[in-house]
Design a protein around this ligand. Structure first.
Ligand code: GLT
Ligand code: MN
Ligand code: MN
Length: 389
């Protein structure tokens, strides 16, 4: 019998070259795994059943590669894409690894660094478009400070806006079919990073010259680092029409950026997230921005990648079960009932409605005395997830 959790292209599961290619280096230890060439990563992803592969410019082409070297690498990479049928839905720029970016890229205090960051991004956009990318991610990993003596945040926000506006214009000029997705993170590698949460990024987008071209790329771990509810952040992005991409992974709350396998740690929040994405019909990539534990060898990396996709599909199945569960649905109906009586108040303000509302007699004590049965509903959800329903 075919495995019902075998990923299919329509699941839109993607990984970055930097995720399965992660060599397991950390601030205290040297790499534990060999480097894998980009075309071999593509084959590895094809083997485990992914739909696509994403990259930073320098995941594919080393920062100091000559033009002939670049062309050779891209040719081999494209051949591997053709061979496996994998797509490149997203690309991005590495604006954080090189020492030139030690004080940020678009928000560096040095105007020459800001200009270089813009040039590097334009070149990386060219590379992404050449490989078929439709989404371009901006993760401002070093756009921040350790000491607030060093940078004026209002200036930094203006520089960042200028850069994004410039790049939007460039993309329009070239007539590329490309949208931008900005990825927030509260800290690490900087002490503080500007635009730390999905909410702050959404606020910033509305100040741009071409806000329709720009959305967000929320990452599970980045909101959880701040102790926030990721699904709520995603819901706000969705409501604003800004959920252009998503980075799935996991981690223990309020810690450093752990980038664990999706579903490795916070099963219940992961369930509500998958249920949300499936219920609303999110059609973008399900990108796993995570990497295998440092304990793993090459086989362990495949276990990691398969685990991300398998957990997503299991949680998707659980979400469908939740939506079909008679007892759960009856409780939900009860909880959200009573709308008929108050229908007249919907659809916006009118003088008449305000008057009618002010005349309405409310039984406050009765409202407060009603038990909501949320304990029951939550327990049923827990039991469903634990597989005893
Ligand atoms: C880096 C970071 C991620 C970003 C990637 C895109 S790179 O691994 O931790 O959250 O999404 O630049
Ligand atoms: Mn990410
Ligand atoms: Mn992360």
């Amino acid at each position: 019998m075919a495995d019902k959790y075998q990923p299919k292209p329509e699941d839109k599961f993607t990984f970055g070259l930097w995720t399965v290619g992660n060599m397991g280096r950390d601030p205290f230890g040297e790499p534990v795994r060999e480097r894998i060439a980009p075309d071999d990563i593509v084959r590895l992803l094809g083997e485990v059943g992914a739909y696509g592969v994403n990259f930073h410019d320098n995941d594919l082409v080393p920062i100091n590669a000559s033009t002939p070297q670049r062309n050779k690498i891209v040719k081999e990479f494209k051949a591997a894409l053709k061979e496996t049928g994998l797509k490149v839905p997203m690309a991005t720029t590495n604006l954080f690894a090189d020492p030139a970016f030690k004080d940020g890229a678009f928000t560096s205090n040095d105007p020459a660094v800001r200009a270089y960051a813009l040039q590097k991004t334009i070149r990386a956009i060219e590379l992404g478009v050449e490989c078929g990318a439709g989404i371009y991610v901006f993760w401002g990993g070093r756009e921040g400070t350790e000491s607030d003596a060093t940078k004026n945040p209002v200036e930094a926000i203006k520089w960042f806006r200028e850069a994004i506006n410039f790049l939007c214009e460039y993309v329009r000029d070239q007539k590329y079919d490309l949208k931008f997705a900005l990825e927030p993170k509260p800290n690490e590698p900087r002490g503080d990073i500007f635009f730390p949460t999905v909410g702050s990024m959404l606020g910033f987008i509305s100040t741009l010259q071409y806000p329709d071209m720009v959305g967000v790329n929320p990452e599970v771990a980045h909101e959880q680092m701040s102790g926030l509810n990721f699904m709520h952040a995603v819901a706000q992005a969705w409501d604003a029409g800004k959920l252009f991409h998503i980075d799935l992974n996991d981690q223990k709350y309020s810690r450093y950026d752990q980038d664990y396998r999706f579903g490795a740690e916070t099963i219940k929040p992961a369930f509500y997230l998958v249920k949300f994405l499936e219920d609303v019909g999110y059609s973008g990539s399900r990108h796993f921005d995570a990497h295998a534990y440092r304990t793993e060898d090459a086989e362990g990396v495949k276990d990691f990648a398969r685990g991300c996709m398998r957990s997503y599909l299991i949680l998707k199945e659980k979400a469908a079960q939740f939506n079909k569960d008679k007892e759960i649905q009856a409780l939900l109906k009860e909880i959200t009932g009573g709308t008929e009586k108050w229908k007249w108040l919907g659809g916006g303000y009118s003088k008449e409605k305000a008057k009618r509302l002010l005349d309405e007699p409310f039984d406050r004590e009765k409202l407060g005395a009603r038990g909501l049965k949320y304990e029951r509903l939550d327990q049923l959800t827990t039991e469903l997830l634990l597989g005893v329903r």
